[in-house]
Design a protein around this ligand. Structure first.
Ligand code: ASP
Length: 337
């Protein structure tokens, strides 16, 4: 039976056009696509319906409202299409992939995010390959999760990170192997694909409040500086530490600041500043000092995925103790067991 794919065009470089102040979102993507693709190629693609969002954004403008919009859009059309493609700016695509993976759990259909580094209107665009690859993958019944497809790589969405600002292979999953590759043939690494364990479970609540902040350690950071960051009215902080989760244990005032915030009910989650690897908070005295201060390890979850997981759980109304317990539970494949 002929499959039908829904494409949501949210903005991003893919459809941008030059303006006096640099590239800016551009509308009528379908017209641009038709100009670039000969009619016989267009008809050879999986059948699709492209919906252009009324407010196209540069994804640097992403807000929880946009996540709500994307997830609800897919949920509403879930039973009418066989697969979904989301065209999105690359800057925050990793966040949006992670967020939708939590909002649309136990998917039984593919949701493939893609975009491009060079707009469709430019001669050297990478948009065509990315759109065609994503469309093709969105018809594959073996995929039951939110993925990111870019430059021939199929990646788990909530493991992905934008690791290069200008290369066409901008994305990777530093803590998880690629789910597949598109070369002459498309090959999936089937044993790595997410297997849904039950019926679809869509939790679309994504409130507009700020629930999560990020604090990055740097040499010479002071208790005063951290105190001012931790005084922000949010539920949880991601603390980006060194190596396996280490912080300056020679600064008791600094450690006391973390302890005070966690005593006051703020959740502080330890993630490494390293691109690859996991938190092992008690490997060094400089890490176990954080354990005593109430800081909890976030394992090998990316900052993008942890930010979204925390936002998701607090949006659903979970209390800090329950959120803490879920940090070590993989909700959608975002962490290694
Ligand atoms: N600033 C753009 C965006 O994220 C970059 C891109 O799409 O590649 O919307």
């Amino acid at each position: 039976m002929c499959k039908k794919i829904y494409i949501a065009y949210t903005g991003g470089t893919i459809g941008m056009r030059p303006s006096d102040s640099g590239y800016a979102p551009g509308d009528n993507l379908m017209a641009q696509l038709s100009q670039k693709l000969p009619a016989d190629v267009l008809v050879s693609l999986p059948a699709f319906e492209l919906f252009e969002y009324p407010q196209l954004i540069d994804s640097s403008n992403i807000r929880p409202y946009n996540w709500q919009q994307i997830a609800s859009d897919i949920a509403q059309r879930y039973h009418h299409f066989d697969g979904f493609v989301v065209l999105h700016g690359t800057d925050t695509m990793a966040y949006s992939c992670a967020m939708t993976s939590f909002m649309l759990q136990n998917l039984h259909k593919p949701v493939i995010f893609t975009g491009s580094q060079i707009p469709l209107c430019e001669a050297r665009t990478d948009a065509l390959e990315n759109i065609i690859g994503a469309l093709t993958l969105a018809t594959d019944e073996r995929i039951n999760e939110v993925c990111l497809y870019f430059n021939g790589r199929l990646l788990r969405g909530n493991r992905a990170r934008k690791l290069h600002a200008s290369r066409l292979d901008a994305f990777d999953t530093p803590n998880y192997p690629w789910l597949g590759r598109a070369d002459i043939h498309i090959a999936l690494n089937e044993s790595l694909l997410w297997q849904p364990t039950g019926a679809e479970q869509f939790q679309l609540q994504c409130d507009q409040q700020s629930h999560v902040g990020v604090v990055t350690l740097f040499p010479g950071i002071t208790a005063r500086w951290v105190e001012s960051a931790l005084s922000q009215p949010v539920n949880a902080f991601i603390l980006q530490t060194y190596g396996t989760g280490n912080a300056p244990d020679s600064d008791q005032e600094l450690l006391d600041t973390f302890a005070k915030a966690s005593d006051q009910g703020k959740l502080i989650v330890n993630l490494t500043q390293c691109v690859q690897g996991s938190i092992l908070q008690d490997s060094y005295a400089t890490g176990s000092a954080l354990t005593r201060a109430g800081v909890v390890g976030g394992q090998d979850t990316t900052t993008e995925a942890m930010f979204c997981k925390l936002h998701h759980l607090y949006s659903l109304g979970f209390e800090t103790e329950s959120v803490k317990a879920l940090l070590s539970v993989s909700l959608a494949g975002e962490l290694s067991a």
